[in-house]
Design a protein around this ligand. Structure first.
Ligand SMILES: Nc1ncnc2c1ncn2[C@@H]1O[C@H](COP(=O)(O)OP(=O)(O)OP(=O)(O)O)[C@@H](O)[C@H]1O
Ligand SMILES: [Mg+2]
Length: 151
């Protein structure tokens, strides 16, 4: 588990940008953190690092925003409005866990399989998964912890 303190929105974005530049197709990133923690801020940087020039904002009326103009496709999911595992399953989002490109998920802790599969050793679970937790520790400070598992 790597931990760093971000001191500004720009610093959080810069972290996402680095991840975007080095991302390989199939990467899934799960973001956890309260309202206003900085999840979308990180996604903005991720998009930029992938070479996406479109303005990134959280999907609101849809569950997924897809950005196709970069080096790899970016699928941006926000599960905030899906409160129960049943709602998540009914939404049929499984394909986004094997992306042709990169998937980033806000409120990832709401998706039971995403967390459960990390512990298993079967073939499908060998995708690259980066679990990220963002915690406000001051007005402009955020503790960002992340850990990779899988391929
Ligand atoms: N170090 C920092 N990193 C990221 N955001 C910061 C930081 N300091 C202040 N902020 C501010 O915190 C807010 C983060 O908003 P953002 O939309 O990214 O949060 P979120 O986690 O996506 O929230 P939501 O759950 O509502 O989608 C922004 O207004 C941003 O300017
Ligand atoms: Mg957000």
């Amino acid at each position: 588990m790597a931990t760093l303190i971000s001191h500004s929105p720009a610093e959080t974005e810069a972290l996402g940008e680095r991840w975007g530049r080095s991302a390989e197709s199939g990467l899934v990133i799960g973001l956890t953190g309260e309202l206003g923690a900085g999840k979308t801020q990180l996604v903005k940087g991720l998009a930029r690092g992938l070479g996406i020039t479109t303005r990134v904002h959280s999907p609101t009326f849809t569950l997924v925003n897809e950005y196709g103009s970069g080096r790899l496709r970016l699928f941006h999911l926000d599960l905030y409005r899906l409160e129960t595992p049943d709602q998540i399953h009914a939404a049929g989002l499984e394909d986004y866990l094997q992306p042709d490109g990169v998937t980033v998920i806000e409120w990832a802790e709401r998706w039971p399989e995403l967390n459960a599969e990390r512990g298993t050793r079967n073939a499908e679970a060998r995708r690259a998964y980066r679990r990220v937790k963002i915690e406000p520790v001051g007005e402009n400070e955020r503790r960002i912890a992340y850990e990779d598992s899988g391929a």
